[in-house]
Design a protein around this ligand. Structure first.
Ligand SMILES: NC(=O)c1ccc[n+]([C@@H]2O[C@H](COP(=O)([O-])OP(=O)(O)OC[C@H]3O[C@@H](n4cnc5c(N)ncnc54)[C@H](OP(=O)(O)O)[C@@H]3O)[C@@H](O)[C@H]2O)c1
Length: 233
């Protein structure tokens, strides 16, 4: 994949109208990134983009498009949709994805998506939602798992965050670019979490955090300690 630094390259947030996608769009638009909000409905995407523009200001590089158009217009794709829609949407978007793109997946396979408890995860045949995504994207598209353990509520606020983002991928260049994007969010440190198969673990941590949020009425995140400073971006 093309490992040039983000900034000039637009980021398409697929399913970007929900809290997770809107929060990332807000933070990246504030950091000067060009962001395209994707939705199944182009009008909803445009409205979401207008909301971000209002908060960031007239110079924000933000627009809204239907998901396939957003996908075709960018080679950094951020997927923020519920697990139950992941497979069908990726199959639909496959023709719009270009070789060399990276797909950053934040999907958590929560039992709530099939009527169960939000603090439990579903077993995914491939091992994790991110590995399922890797099976569904075209050849030449790298999948990265990241942003599972960041509270959307806090992302949509104005204060710096107090959390780390663990990044897992089998493509080191794609992982590095994702770490750069994560570190553009004030207060976030990005850490290389190894291979994509480790996504299973970071997806599970989200269920634990949701349980803690319910129990303690908060917006939990995680911090990893004890690594040399070179491990944190
Ligand atoms: N919320 C959090 O704090 C948080 C934190 C970390 C990770 N995550 C994960 O990130 C993902 C998104 O979270 P969220 O809270 O933003 O979710 P959400 O609000 O339930 O959904 C996000 C967007 O996905 C689209 N969508 C919904 N169902 C769909 C389907 N069946 N097929 C295609 N698109 C669909 C909708 O956009 P349109 O209707 O406009 O298409 C919706 O606005 C989830 O997998 C979640 O587990 C969430």
């Amino acid at each position: 994949m093309n490992s040039s630094t983000p900034g000039a390259r637009p980021i398409a947030i697929i399913g970007g109208t929900g809290p997770a996608g809107m929060g990332l769009a807000l933070r990246w638009a504030r950091a000067g990134e060009t962001v395209i909000i994707g939705s199944r409905d182009s009008k909803r995407a445009e409205q979401a983009a207008a909301t971000i523009q209002q908060r960031v200001g007239p110079d924000a590089g933000i627009s809204g498009m239907e998901n396939s158009a957003a996908c075709a217009a960018a080679d950094i794709l951020m997927l923020t949709i519920p697990f139950e829609g992941q497979a069908a949407l990726l199959k639909q978007l496959k023709p719009a994805m270009t070789e060399g793109s990276i797909l950053i997946d934040a999907t958590v396979p929560l039992a709530a998506s099939l009527g169960g408890r939000a603090s439990r995860t579903l077993g995914v045949w491939q091992g994790s939602a991110a590995q399922q995504a890797a099976e569904l994207v075209p050849k030449g598209v790298s999948v990265v798992a990241a942003f599972h353990n960041v509270s959307a509520e806090l992302l949509n606020g104005d204060a710096p965050l107090d959390c780390d983002v663990i990044v897992c991928s089998d493509d080191p260049d794609a992982a590095q670019l994702t770490q750069e994007l994560a570190s553009k969010i004030a207060g976030v440190r990005a850490i290389d979490g190894g291979k994509l198969e480790n996504a299973r673990i970071i997806e599970q941590i989200t269920a634990l955090l949701i349980g803690m949020n319910i129990r303690h009425k908060g917006h939990a995140g995680i911090r990893i300690t004890g690594l040399p400073s070179s491990a944190y971006r």
